[in-house]
Ligand binder design. Sequence first.
Ligand code: GRF
Length: 215
Amino acid sequence: MTRRARRAAVLISGSGTNLQAFIDRIQGGELDIDLGVVLSNKPRAAGLERARRANIAVECIEHKHFPVREEFDAALVATLDRYEPEIIILAGFMRILTAVFIDHFAGKIFNIHPSLLPKYPGLNTHQRAIDAADEWHGSTVHFATVELDGGPRVIQGRVQLRPDDTADTLAARVLEIEHRIYPAAVALFAAGRLDYHDGCAWLDGVRLDEPLQFT
Ligand code: GRF
């Protein structure tokens, strides 16, 4: 019996290279999800053009029209619900989401954060890793909860810092690895192997206390 591909939505604010990685995997037959909508909070996000080129429906809801975070989140929910997504993929979506959004899609929301969480939640992660003279930096895919960059981790990819790294050179190497780990995590979820419940991530029924490591 063939299983129906799970419906997904990708939320972006910017260039959308992670979105492009998803589009490429889907078009290449390596990722079996039905990407029904791409939503941005910025009308000029370059990622929207990537979605249009791939014939994916686009939606734009500008947060600046909503004085209260919860009202913005309620608008996101109302729009996304029309597409009945079973997977929500936050891919460079630069808004903090409240319980209005998180609870509605509980257990179905992924985020990618450019650091080896729990190190460096929040912004400027590349510069912070450089300033701390870390040996390793990278990115983490995790289930999103109301705690910013704090939900259960699923997979991490690492890059080694170089002496001449700037935030930009480091960010470029991190992005390359993001394009591999993010579709990999979503593929596990789409295949029914990865799950979120009781505040934890579970892989093949076993609690994932440490994230998978991508090498
Ligand atoms: C990525 O580095 C991601 O980790 C962060 O925002 C960036 C998005 O890049 N949350 P892109 O828009 O996918 O190119």
